[in-house]
Design a protein around this ligand. Sequence first.
Ligand code: NAI
Ligand code: MG
Length: 510
Amino acid sequence: MTKTHLEAPTTTAERERAAKSMAARLSNKLVIGGKLVDAITRETFPVENPATTEVIGHAPRCGKQDVEQAVATAQSAFAIWSAIPARQRSAIMLEAAQRLEHESETLAQLSALETGNALSTQTRGEARTMVDILRFYAGLASEMKGKTIPWTQDRFLYTKRVPVGVVGGIIPWNAPLMQTTCKIGPALAAGNTIVLKTAEQAPLAVLRVFEIIQEVLPPGAANVISGFGEEAGKPLCEHPLVRKITFTGSSAVGAQIMHYAADKFISVTAELGGKNPNIIMPDADLDLAVAGIVQGLRLFRQGQSCTAGTRVYVHDDVYDEVVKRIVPAVNKGRMGNPLDEATEVGSLISAEQLARVERYVQIAREAPGAYIICGGERPKDERLRRGYFYVPTLIEGIPSDSPVCRDEIFGPLASISRWKNFDAVLAEANDTPYGLAAVLWTRDLARSMQFIDQIQAGFVQVNQFSVAEASVEYGGTKISGIGRELSLESMLEHFTWSKTIIINYGTPRI
Ligand code: NAI
Ligand code: MG
C-alpha cells in the first residue's frame, strides 16, 4: 500500500470533507501550459453533488478565447513532445500512470462526490482502469511503424506515420476518469498534444488528473478546459490547429462534431450511445445469464453506461423463471451516499437525467400492454429524495417500436420481452439505429455463431458480460460511433497520418 492509501480518510464524513476541500481548491481553475491556472473568462458555473444537490465548487465557463489559449499552448508543446523519442514518451506516460495510481483513491473519492457514482462499486474500479488504460497506450508509443512497398529496382518506397498535431478531446460525465485516459492515451502515445474539454456536470476529478500528470509531462502537452458544448466544445472542434477530434457522448452531438470536422477534413473518433440487446435462449445456464443480465444493466452506474444491456429478450420457456430471479437481484444493490463504503448504487448525474428517466417511465405507463415489474419511482427514503436517486426499473410488454425500446435512456431502466423464434428476435435486436454492444446467453454453438455473424454491434459477447478496459478493443457501428478505442490499429489510423516516400537511388556510378 502506498503512503496515500494509508493516510486516506476512513469514515464517510472524513472522505466527504477531504473530497470537498479538494473540489474547493480546484474550483474555477483549468490546467493549461503545465499548471493550474485561472481562465480568461470570468464566468463560471456550479458543480453539484448529485446525491444531495449541494454545490461543491465552480468551473470556468470557457469560451473561444480560452480555447484559443489552450490550443496555442498545445501547439507549441507539440514541437517538443513529438520530438521526444517514442521510448522516452512511453516512459513519461508510464510515470504519469504511476502518479495517478498513487492518487487513485483520492481521485475516486472526488469523482464519486461530483458524479453520484458509488466509490465502492464504480469510481474506485474506474480509477484503476484509468491507470491501466494509460499504461496500455504508453506501451503503444513505439508502434508507429510504417511499411516498405516493393516497387521498381531503383526506387525505395516506404510510408511513415506522422502525428497530427493538437488533438481535441471531449468527454461526458458518466465515467470521466477512464474516459480521460481513453482520450489522452492515444493522443500522447502517437506524439500529439491534447486539449480536453470536460463535461459540464463533472469537471473536477479530471482537472485533478491533469494537474497530477503535469508533474512529468512537458508543459502544454496535456491541457484541460471546462464549459458547455456550444460555447467551449464547438470552438475547440472548429479551431484550425485542432487536427483530430476524439469524442464520447450522445449520437446527436457526435453527428454535430462530424460536421465540424468535415470542414477541416479531419478524423473523428466517436464513442456514442447504445441500446443494447441481451438475448436469453431456453438452454442458457440461468445462473450465469441472470447474473450477467443484472451486471449488464450497469446499476452500479445507475444505468448510465453506453454498454448497458437495456433490452432484455427472454425465451418464452424460461421467461417466468428469469423474471422471478432478476427482480430481487436488481433490487439488491444498496442505495445511498456514494462516498459511503456500504453503498452499491449511487444517484443519477443531474436533474436533467432524472427528468429524462421519469419521462420514459411515463411513456411506458401510457403504453397499452406495458407493465412496470419493479421500480418506476424515486426511493421513499427522505435522505435519498434530496438527490437524483431512482429505483431500478424493469418494464415488460412494451411494444418494440416504443421510444422506451428504441432510445438510449441512460438510466436504471430496462425492457424485458418474451420471444419464441430466434430469427425474429435477432431481427428485433437489430432493429434500432444503434449498434454498440450485444450479449447472447446459450449453450448452443450454432446459434452463437449465427448471432455473432448477424448481430449489428461492435462489441459482442456470448455467455459473459464485460465492459471496455485496457486491451479490450471497443466501439460501435451504425449511430453508436466510428473508430475504436483501446486499439493499436485505430490509434494509428485516427491519431496519425501516413506519408508515402519514394527515393530514387539510381544506378551504381562506380
Ligand atoms: P452530450 O453528448 O450532449 O455531451 C457530451 C459532451 O459533449 C459534453 O462534454 C458536452 O459539453 C459536449 N457537447 C455537447 N454539445 C456539443 C457541441 N455542439 N459541440 C461540442 N461539444 C458538445 O451528452 P449529455 O447532454 O450529457 O447527455 C444526453 C444523453 O446523451 C444521455 O442521456 C445519453 O443518452 C447520451 N450520452 C451517452 C454517453 C455515452 O457514453 N455513450 C455519455 C453521455 C451521454
Ligand atoms: Mg447535451
